[in-house]
Design a protein around this ligand. Structure first.
Ligand SMILES: [Zn+2]
Length: 465
């Protein structure tokens, strides 16, 4: 018999314009889908989750991250992108074992779920061996998070590239095998794709060949783009456009130095774009492109990139994107010698910010028909925020409170595909103790292995030395 759950009496922010917001209402979940959203639903013998005092909304969608990099959390807060390329990748990432990847993805995915992120695009460019990809996938599946798993490059191969020993290409033989073995139906929580290096890093010929591979497999791709790697701007998207390579199966992340003309090329070809506001700014990569993406006719999406230099909290990410965009527009007005007189002049709204982390990010990773809003027929990926917490209490403007005040700490309940993964503030069905222990051991191995100069002893709960 199909399991039925009624989420009852919460304030609802659906992110579906047809459903709208409700000051108080119910959401009915049947099996893995939302089947009704309304002021009062008669659901018979359905299991009831009392949502009084909470805001019920779709799970957050992180449309660009690298969960394996949880292993070097916050180690790049005082670094720029070039430090990563010249130091952390060759000295740490090149020596990650498959076991390390498993532990880091397990901890990273559990952390994401705990903060209300129900879907991630996991850009896996740590495929040092085929087992690395398999262990990454195993960890994603074990946690019960929904994901777009992108199979990508090898960091140990990158080390050889830095030393000029090999050409900058990827081998897709094992990716092909994984597609066939693991994703035949594509109906599960994890969807497949390729993480290609793209024309900023390799040649246009290799990019064309990688895209042809993905298109033959019938899967989308993710590409890093417009994250400056030395002047002048590469105009990579323009070159892809001219080569006839753009299409509605490519997600571009960052886009900091991507021109407005190039963003319009993405819009006309159906490609998607994700800004990573915190990391883009912290890492000296450039200004978040959120507003420019919108102005080009695309749906702005946001991602955390990685916790090496961002918090990993999608509430923070959507807020930083909004704040930067408001500042950018205000600065343009100041430059004309005027003051900002109305908020309309700043254009970017709180609802648009919330869309960037829900419905737009779902669209950006090609899962927009499945998740991103509380819409009857979509998957039941739902979170409940405690509106009684001190930083949220007596919320009046629901969207304003989520965008202005909420953090991952306010997430009380998380459901993915109709299954509860967090309830009353605690993760369920995930062995958090084990995930934490495996992660600590992996960090010890990673930092012990190569004498990485960024290494500092971890804070642990052990006895005082
Ligand atoms: Zn990235």
């Amino acid at each position: 018999m199909t399991k039925r759950t009624l989420i009852s009496g919460g304030a609802i922010v659906s992110m579906d314009p047809k459903v709208g917001d409700l000051r108080q209402g119910d959401v009915l979940v049947e099996g893995d889908e939302v089947t009704q959203v309304g002021p009062s639903i008669a659901a018979g013998d359905a299991e009831v989750i009392d949502a009084a005092g909470t805001i019920v909304m779709p799970g957050l969608v992180n449309s660009h991250c690298h969960l394996w990099q949880t292993g070097t959390r916050a180690d790049s807060m005082d670094q720029v992108f070039w430090d990563l390329v010249s130091s952390q990748w060759p000295k740490v990432a090149a020596y990650y074992s498959a076991e390390d990847v498993y532990a880091c993805v397990l901890a990273g995915a559990a952390d994401a779920l705990n903060r209300g992120i129900t879907t991630v695009l996991d850009f896996c460019h740590i495929v040092n061996t085929p087992e690395h990809a398999e262990e990454n996938l195993r960890a994603l599946r074990e946690t019960g998070i929904r994901s777009r798993f992108l199979y990508g490059a090898s960091m140990s191969r990158k080390l050889q590239e830095f030393e000029g020993e090999v050409e900058n290409t990827d081998s897709w033989a094992h990716a092909r095998e994984m597609r066939k073995q693991e994703f035949a139906g594509d109906d599960g929580l994890v969807s497949f794709g390729l993480a290609i290096q793209g024309p900023d890093v390799t040649t246009m010929e290799i990019t064309a060949s990688d895209l042809a591979e993905a298109r033959q497999l019938g899967v989308p791709v993710g590409v890093h783009i417009g994250a400056p790697q030395g002047p002048p701007p590469k105009l990579s998207i323009k070159r892809m456009y001219e080569a006839g390579l753009l299409g509605p199966d490519i997600n571009f992340s960052h886009c900091c130095e991507t021109t407005d003309e190039e963003l319009r090329m993405l819009a006309t070809t159906g490609a998607t774009a994700t800004a990573c506001p915190s990391l883009d700014m912290a890492f000296g990569m450039g200004c978040p492109a959120t507003g420019r993406i919108r102005d080009a006719g695309l749906r702005p999406a946001v991602g955390t990139d990685s916790v090496i230099a961002s918090s990993g909290d999608m509430f923070e990410e959507l807020r930083v994107g909004l704040l930067y965009e408001r500042m950018r527009r205000a600065e343009a007005i100041f430059a004309t010698g005027r003051d900002v007189k109305t908020v309309d002049e700043l254009e970017f709204t709180t609802r648009e910010a919330l869309e960037s982390a829900t419905i737009n990010s779902a669209h950006a990773i090609f899962l927009g028909d499945k998740v991103g809003s509380l819409t009857p027929g979509k998957k039941a990926d739902i979170i409940l925020l405690r509106a009684t917490d001190l930083n949220m209490v007596a919320a009046s403007d629901l969207v304003g409170t989520i965008v202005g005040c909420a953090t991952g700490q306010n997430v009380d309940t998380v459901m993915v595909g109709g299954n509860l993964v967090k309830r009353k503030g605690e993760l369920v069905n995930i062995d958090v103790q084990r995930a934490r222990q495996l992660f600590v051991e992996a960090r010890d191995r990673l930092f012990g292995r190569q004498g990485y100069e960024g290494m500092r002893p971890p804070v642990t709960a052990g006895a005082r030395a």
